[in-house]
Design a protein around this ligand. Structure first.
Ligand SMILES: C[S@@+](CC[C@H](N)C(=O)[O-])C[C@H]1O[C@@H](n2cnc3c(N)ncnc32)[C@H](O)[C@@H]1O
Length: 242
């Protein structure tokens, strides 16, 4: 299997939980992936979670149903997910290694496919959904943390000619989905202090390296409120049906 440049990063990290960084967030948009998921899942549902990471979000937020499959191309992420599953005591959940771009799942099998903060191939997702099945996407793209990225001059998706939200939206439409909706999601995150904020930036892929000049300190000075550092997040949600 050929891997993209992010693969080694995810393999090394082997989890997707940042609870240790003291931060709270405020959503400015009334759109919640897990609320939507809960509204469409029934006890008989078969659900696929693409790019599941260490399964942390799946185990905490996916409702019980007939089958939940979490997949990730990083074997170390899947190993963490299996450990988290054993600790959770939850049933009807499996995790397996799978590349989202080379999906290995049956056709017309799932009632819901979730892709949170990961890449997708809309045509392959379309194939594995039952007629009437739902696709739920939450993503991060070019304009996420835009003020920070502009201040330091680079960052995740910074040079993308077209934001990935628009690429995903077009691809979902082109794959044949109906009722396709793209929603911009706005959030404010507040970190305990500059040290916590810098430590967080050191582990997440928002900036692929820390700036060598004083631009990050300038951003922090401009975005500190009552001692807390603010980060403006711009994500997107997509819902669609087969
Ligand atoms: C940002 S994390 C999100 C994890 C989880 N979905 C969540 O929302 O907490 C992205 C995950 O997608 C996985 N990933 C990235 N590209 C992938 C691909 N082509 N196929 C499968 N998994 C992929 C990474 O290994 C990583 O675990």
């Amino acid at each position: 299997m050929l891997h993209d440049k992010d693969f080694e990063y995810y393999e090394k990290l082997a989890h997707w939980s940042f609870d240790e960084y003291d931060c709270y967030s405020e959503s400015l948009t009334d759109w919640d992936l897990y609320e939507i998921l809960k509204s469409v899942v029934t006890p008989d549902s078969h659900v696929l979670d693409l790019g599941t990471g260490g399964g942390e979000k799946l185990l905490a937020n996916f409702p019980d149903c007939a089958e939940i499959v979490g997949t990730d191309y990083s074997p170390n992420m899947v190993a963490t997910a299996l450990e988290n599953l054993a600790k959770s005591g939850r049933k009807n959940i499996t995790f397996k290694v799978m590349d989202n771009l080379h999906m290995d799942v049956p056709d017309n099998h799932f009632d819901v496919v979730v892709a949170r903060h990961t890449c997708i191939d809309a045509e392959q997702i379309f194939r594995c959904l039952k007629p009437g099945g739902y696709l739920l996407i939450r993503g991060v793209d070019k304009y996420d943390c835009w003020d920070l990225k502009k201040t330091v001059g680079y960052g995740q998706g910074f040079d993308d000619p077209v934001p990935i939200s628009i690429v995903d939206y077009e691809n979902v439409l082109a794959a044949g989905f109906r009722d396709v909706e793209l929603v911009p999601l706005h959030e404010r995150e507040f970190f305990k202090d500059a040290e916590t904020f810098k430590a967080f930036l050191g582990v997440v892929p928002i900036l692929d390296h820390m700036p060598e000049d004083d631009s990050l300190d300038k951003y922090i000075a401009k975005n500190t409120y009552s001692g807390r550092v603010r980060l403006l997040r711009n994500c997107y949600g997509i819902t669609a049906r087969k």
